[in-house]
Design a protein around this ligand. Sequence first.
Ligand SMILES: O=C(O)c1ccccc1N[C@@H]1O[C@H](COP(=O)(O)O)[C@@H](O)[C@H]1O
Length: 224
Amino acid sequence: MPGFIKICGIRDAETAVAAAAAGASHLGFVFFPKSPRFIDAAAAEDIVTEVKRAAFDQGFDAPGFVGLFVDAGERALAEAAPFLTHFQFHGRESPERCAAMGRQFGLGVIKAVPVGAAEDAAGAAAFADAADMILFDARPPRSADRPGGHGAAFDWALLRAYEGETPFALAGGLAPDTVAAAVAAVKGLAGFEGVDVSSGVESAPGVKDARLIAAFVAAAKAAF
Ligand SMILES: O=C(O)c1ccccc1N[C@@H]1O[C@H](COP(=O)(O)O)[C@@H](O)[C@H]1O
């Protein structure tokens, strides 16, 4: 069983509860204003409260709650930290910055690393003492105004060049019908813990589809 199945870009409580009940281990909130999945801290906190209540009432495991930030300042991190379990740093944050923010706010750290070549994957070893998980994602298109969430995949075989000790997960263009192939491509690699999806479980940018989420979680679990 994969330890990590994250549904990112959550914007409403109904979808959040459905994803957690379907077996997602983590839910992600995008605190990056240019994203079609942007949510503010107050709305995200309300969703966290709803999910925890539903988990208790319905008897499923409460997921972890991940805040996605892109080169954010401490004020934005401080606003969301009290109801999160992890920061996901998706910008140009250095290993030192990741480690310092994780320590300061007492949260786990997921560092997104864009991969377009084998050296990108190998370079992620620099986050060994700074992150609890590396999230390998596709490089964004040159013209993009945000560093992720484009539904773009990368060559998963490039991850063979990663020899770091930090556990890692796969992101970028995954969907219910592609996640099995992605898992199969990296399954034997040391440290592989799971998958992360956003666009592939949406009916339109920023609009999550509960049926696609359930199909994604089931396919990911079956593939491990
Ligand atoms: O989703 C976004 O809009 C986003 C904005 C800024 C940085 C990252 C973003 N998304 C993350 O990118 C990966 C892959 O997404 P996809 O499945 O290819 O759409 C995932 O972690 C998203 O949460």
